[in-house]
Every structure is written in structure tokens, then in C-alpha cells.
Design a protein around this ligand. Structure first.
Ligand SMILES: [Zn+2]
Length: 107
């Protein structure tokens, strides 16, 4: 996958109070519900993307992180949601394991 925006935050001191970028997507269940029209041909499962903090933007295979706001698209066979999120947005506070208000799926 490729990141969709210039990584302005790379190497910068990040203000923690600005996170998460999309608080209404803090719940994994809310994120999962955005994937109703996720292309069945995509090599990454919607459940894995939601677990990795990502929700579907409704176009092509573009997803965005509720925490860092990073966008990913162009998923390829062998990509993993966590792997690509970590690779392109290593300073994401969700990726780093900070408490950013994520609500895991409850069944
Ligand atoms: Zn992120």
C-alpha cells in the first residue's frame, strides 16, 4: 500500500492533545461498519483494517486512520493492515500503543 499524503508529522514533535483525528471512529465497530462496500477483491480483510485503526473512505480501496489521520490505498497481496499502517505512519499514537480512546470490538 501507499500513503496518500505527505507525511508532515515525520520527525516533528507531535502535540498529543490533537489526537485522535477522527474521534467518532474510535470504536472498532464503527470503523467496521464503514466497510459495507469494501471491494471483495481487496487483498486485506475489512476486519483486519478496522482492528488496525483504519476505516473505509468509500472510494477505491482508500482507508484512513482514526488516530493519525493517515490515508492508505493501493493494497497489494501480502500487505497487512498493521504492517502498512506501521510502515507508513510509524509515529501514529495508536500504532505506538498510546491510549487514544480506541474501543475494541466486543463480539
Ligand atoms: Zn494511525
Amino acid at each position: 500500500a501507499e500513503d496518500m499524503e505527505f507525511r508532515l508529522r515525520t520527525g516533528e514533535v507531535v502535540d498529543e492533545t490533537t489526537y485522535p483525528m477522527a474521534p467518532h471512529m474510535s470504536s472498532e465497530e464503527a470503523r467496521l461498519q464503514t466497510f459495507t462496500s469494501w471491494p471483495s477483491t481487496a487483498p486485506v480483510r475489512s476486519r483486519d483494517l478496522a482492528q488496525a485503526g483504519l476505516y473505509y473512505l468509500g472510494e477505491s480501496d482508500q482507508v484512513q486512520c482514526f488516530c493519525c489521520g493517515g490515508m492508505l490505498a493501493g493494497w497489494e497481496t501480502g500487505d497487512t493492515a498493521w504492517g502498512e499502517h506501521t510502515k507508513h505512519f510509524p509515529y501514529c499514537f495508536f500504532i505506538l500503543g498510546h491510549d487514544v480512546g480506541n474501543i475494541p470490538f466486543q463480539g
